[in-house]
Design a protein around this ligand. Structure first.
Ligand SMILES: NC(=O)c1ccc[n+]([C@@H]2O[C@H](COP(=O)([O-])OP(=O)(O)OC[C@H]3O[C@@H](n4cnc5c(N)ncnc54)[C@H](O)[C@@H]3O)[C@@H](O)[C@H]2O)c1
Length: 399
């Protein structure tokens, strides 16, 4: 089968098996290169490198970057959980399915332990399976990364499926949206959420499930002394606040952020700690569908690349390890106790130039004023397309 990208409204409905393999291979090489600086950070601070890491939402984006860094920069054993569409004769799998397979292959070839579960991470069954496997293999996790991004969650207690939404709160939102592939810029308007929409989004993307995981793992005795758990969040700039931070998803992120102190209480006896890490805006499958974000990210990339400050998911996690988790003393946090990897994105000069570029883009200079090309490449690569060295005219097997 010859596989070409099938993209509709910034959603790519297929993936290229060989491209996903190449993308993961590239990340693994970069993580191996980063190994010496990660070890040097641990040596300088006297902190141990993690030995066993659980990554929830391990297949793509920040979760995959976390898993690759844990395994190939720190040498940790990893268990990953993500929910993927399997391949059939007619249809390729989801990109994460190929990414997981590539990760497990790479780990095996480097003699690094890895186990991947294709399961609904919101289910009690997934928790039981991870605990069973950790006990069987004698693992105690010293890191648990919570990197799920999902539109729906079935509550394991009630069986009710909750749906998240991307809506403003209290007043209608009107903002610029750009289709990175057609170049079409249009104004999108979204009516405000109801209280029920907001509560549903908190159910899906808030901290309830993170708390269920940490309590279950602690009760089962599969967390190591001094264990650290991290969940990822986003704040972003004023351009996206009405739809993101002050919208339904922001309400959920606030809930997630408030969950960290509650988890600290649960981890106290183990000397463990829960953090939320606020990360930089990047092109992932989840972020590409948020109104305003593609234009903002393309302008931000142009700005940050020009200033020599650009990072992708993997660079962000390298910095998380080197300058935060493995640095001497407790990791640097803001006044709310959050790790801030978005510090460079939020710099005044970066935001000022990004705003100017967004304005120019809307005056007909989309390609010159922004890094739309970089946005498109990152988007395609997240689905295994547009990777150097991959023959996209060759026949590939989906399976
Ligand atoms: N992308 C950004 O710009 C950005 C910035 C800051 C923070 N974040 C945060 O990082 C986290 C990860 O987002 P991402 O952008 O890397 O997204 P992503 O779409 O690349 O990854 C989401 C992961 O969740 C998994 N997943 C979804 N539903 C699942 C389920 N029911 N069971 C098991 N796995 C499931 C997917 O398989 C995938 O592995 C989110 O909390 C997001 O808010 C993202």
């Amino acid at each position: 089968m010859i596989v070409k990208p099938m993209i509709r409204s910034m959603i790519c409905i297929n993936a290229h098996p060989a491209g996903c393999e190449a993308m993961v291979g590239d990340w693994v090489e970069r993580a191996i290169e980063a190994r010496s600086s990660v070890s040097a950070a641990a040596k300088a601070s006297g902190k141990p490198l993690p030995k066993a890491v659980l990554v929830l939402g391990c297949s793509t984006g920040y979760g995959l970057a976390s898993r690759v860094t844990a395994a190939f920069s720190a040498g940790a054993k990893t268990i990953g959980v993500s929910l993927e569409r399997e391949p059939s004769d007619k249809k390729p799998a989801s990109p994460g399915w190929y990414d997981n397979r590539a990760f497990d292959r790479q780990a095996a070839s480097h003699g690094i332990y890895s186990v991947t579960f294709n399961m609904d991470a919101f289910s009690d069954e997934a928790r039981a399976e991870v605990i069973r496997r950790a006990r069987l293999d004698g693992l105690q996790f010293d890191q648990v990364i919570y990197s799920l991004a999902s539109p729906v969650r079935t509550d394991p207690k009630t069986g009710v499926m909750h749906k998240s939404s991307l809506k403003p709160l209290s007043k209608p939102f009107s903002g610029i949206s750009v289709d990175a592939f057609s170049g079409e810029i249009k104004t999108v308007s979204i009516e405000p959420a109801t209280e029920e929409d907001a509560a549903e989004t908190v159910k899906v993307m808030g901290g309830e499930d993170w708390e269920l995981w940490i309590k279950a793992l602690a009760d089962a005795g599969v967390l190591a002394r001094g264990c650290v758990t991290l969940a990822y969040s986003y704040i972003g700039s004023e351009h996206s606040w009405p739809i993101y931070r002050y919208g339904t998803i922001g309400r959920a992120k606030e809930h997630l952020e408030r969950t960290a102190p509650a988890l600290n209480a649960a981890l106290k006896d183990l000397g463990g700690k829960a953090y939320v890490s606020v990360n930089k805006a990047l092109v992932t499958r989840a972020s590409a569908v948020i109104p305003v974000i593609p234009l903002y990210v393309a302008a931000l990339f142009k700005t940050m690349k020009g200033m020599g400050l650009h990072e992708d998911c993997l660079d962000q996690i390298f910095r998380l390890y080197r300058d935060r988790l493995l640095a001497a003393g407790a990791p640097a946090v803001d006044e709310e106790g959050r790790i801030r990897l978005d510090d460079w994105e939020m710099r005044f000069d970066v935001q000022e130039e990004t705003t100017r570029r967004m304005r120019e883009a809307q005056e007909g200079k989309l390609e010159e004023a922004t890094d739309m090309e970089g946005f498109r490449r990152d988007f395609l690569q997240a689905h295994g397309f547009d990777l150097p060295g991959v023959d996209y005219d060759a026949d590939v097997s989906y399976i």
